[in-house]
Design a protein around this ligand. Structure first.
Ligand SMILES: [Zn+2]
Length: 219
């Protein structure tokens, strides 16, 4: 996961309490969440919509409250449903959404799972782990199994971009300029606005050389 910074005041259309996904809401959420689903970090504007962090279940206050509106893909929205109300709030600046959960990519494009591990025992962290396991590793229905395979392949492709740079950095014939270029490219891949940034960052943190070199660039 990644932290997002919510903007204020709330988009004007919410004051009318008629629609929670007006153009102004959608546009601002898209900007705040870097055009990504806040749960799986997929960047796909065709499949992304306004989600209620706490399910409103008819509660008008929750339905139109700016702080309760998030940006999620339809698949994560569907999996989260009304079951996962108490997960990590990535808009809470007090909570480091990225470091709370270690995420490591699949070993291959057809890898059966990703690694998801809590780094603390906060109940919200543990609930989020449960949700992420259903998102990335689910096999509870045929549809979810196939779509989670597809999702893991996309994570792997992003990871592969990183592997190319890691390989160039450590190549025995790498010049200082080559190394510098690889580092600059890795700095792009670890930015919060990039797809699957948590996976990429954790790969870097797992590396004793690259971790210290890039830790300060994890915005
Ligand atoms: Zn998603």
């Amino acid at each position: 996961m990644f932290n997002a910074t919510r903007s204020y005041p709330a988009p004007a259309s919410l004051a009318q309490a008629r629609s929670y996904d007006g153009q102004d809401v959608y546009t601002e959420l898209r900007r705040i969440f870097f055009d990504k689903c806040y749960i799986c970090e997929t960047n796909d504007p065709h499949d992304i919509n306004v989600e209620h962090f706490l399910s409103h279940e008819g509660n008008e206050e929750l339905k139109y409250h700016w702080d309760n509106l998030y940006f999620a893909c339809s698949r994560c929205n569907n999996i989260k449903s009304t079951v996962f109300n108490d997960i990590i709030d990535c808009c809470d600046p007090e909570y480091d959404a990225f470091r709370a959960i270690k995420l490591l990519p699949p070993m291959s494009p057809r890898g059966k799972s990703v690694i998801i591990a809590a780094t603390n025992d906060h109940p919200r962290t543990l609930k989020t782990i449960e949700l992420l396991a259903k998102v990335f590793n689910s096999n509870h229905t045929v549809n979810k199994r196939i779509s989670s395979e597809f999702l893991r392949t996309k994570v792997f492709k992003q990871y592969n971009l990183l592997l190319d740079q890691i390989d160039s950095f450590y190549a025995p014939i790498a010049t200082p300029d080559d190394k510098e270029t690889s580092i600059e490219r890795m700095k792009i891949l670890i930015k919060r606005n990039m797809p699957y940034s948590a996976f990429i960052r954790w790969c870097i943190l797992e590396d004793d050389t690259l971790g210290p070199l890039l830790a300060n660039d994890m915005d």
